[in-house]
Ligand binder design. Structure first.
Ligand code: C5P
Length: 233
């Protein structure tokens, strides 16, 4: 299976299902975020799982430990492949999430968001997080690793910094991926899929370069080809 996860950022089930079908569950995994989930609910997730897709349910849980643990179990019941929480929920919340999932024979991967990439240093200062942004990201990556999570979501520009600070099998999931010659949209610091993989990313989240392409399947195949070309070099 390729490392590509396509972000299905749609407001309705029909176009999301149609696109997923066109791409095929053997070719990529699918990310479902807050908008599509809030509009279409668990039924859409279950349908995609039934059709064979491995789903990253990107709901970024952040609440008291018991509530997050129960939400993680509810997500696991949907049969998804990966879920996430905010590392800022703290050690007890991270441990509660991990421990709840451990009781399952078939559990989703559990990854954490460190610092949202939309935040800058002065935003962190305003919420009481001092120090450089990178220091905050690194501290939360280490905490997530120490709490036994499977990985984190991070910017491709943070891969090198984090890789040397965490276990080898700790997964790095990176959005902000743009193939050469494609629009950056609203992403500020992007990287090509091949570069991100080479630096040590495990999974690449790609949205609009595929979903907004005139030929989404073709766009996905081209990204895949750029990866194998890079691997063969
Ligand atoms: O269309 P694009 O490739 O920019 O989509 C990236 C996806 O990854 C979106 O679903 C976005 O919400 C998500 N994401 C991100 N940056 C983060 C975390 C998640 O772009 N730091």
């Amino acid at each position: 299976m390729s490392p590509l996860i396509v972000a299905l950022d749609f407001a309705q089930a029909e176009p999301a299902l149609a696109l997923a079908k066109q791409l095929g569950c053997e070719r990529c995994r699918i990310k479902i975020g807050k908008e599509l989930f809030t509009r279409c609910g668990p039924a859409l997730v279950e349908q995609l799982v039934k059709e064979g897709f491995e789903i990253f349910l990107d709901l970024k849980y952040h609440d008291i430990p018991n509530t997050v643990a129960q939400a993680c179990l509810a997500a696991a019941d949907l049969g998804v492949w990966m879920i996430n929480v905010h590392a800022l929920g703290g050690r007890d919340m991270l441990l509660a999430a991990r421990e709840a999932l451990e009781k399952r024979s078939h559990r989703p991967l559990l990854v954490a968001v460190t610092i949202l990439t939309s935040l800058q240093r002065f935003d962190l200062y305003a919420i009481g997080l001092h120090g450089l942004l990178e220091e905050n990201v690194l501290r939360l990556a280490r905490l997530s690793n120490a709490c036994g999570l499977d990985g984190i979501v991070c910017s491709p520009h943070e891969i090198v910094l984090i890789r040397q600070a965490v276990d080898n099998n700790f997964k790095l999931v990176t959005p902000g991926i743009r193939p050469l010659n494609s629009s950056n949209d609203d992403q500020k610091r992007v990287m090509t899929p091949a570069e991100a993989l080479k630096l040590g990313a495990n999974y690449l989240v790609v949205g609009r370069p595929v979903t907004a392409a005139p030929e989404p399947l073709q766009a996905l195949l081209e990204i895949e080809a750029s990866l194998s070309k890079n691997n063969n070099q």
